[in-house]
Design a protein around this ligand. Structure first.
Ligand code: ZN
Length: 59
């Protein structure tokens, strides 16, 4: 499902990343403040045309 850029109407590329992924000995989640610990993944949408970026926190 394609998403449209709210700025230019271009196509948004979507990328979902798990916050449980590990960076060396740490999980990505361990770097987040306490109020974000309830989320399990993050969706990044980037417009292929103008570079506009949106972040969505997913439970
Ligand atoms: Zn755009």
């Amino acid at each position: 499902m394609a998403h449209m850029c709210p700025k230019c109407g271009g196509e948004m590329k979507s990328l979902v990343r798990s916050l449980s992924a590990r960076v060396g000995p740490f999980s990505v989640k361990s770097f987040l403040p306490a109020e974000l610990q309830e989320y399990n993944s993050i969706e990044v949408r980037v417009c292929a045309v103008c570079g506009y970026m949106e972040l969505y926190w997913l439970r």
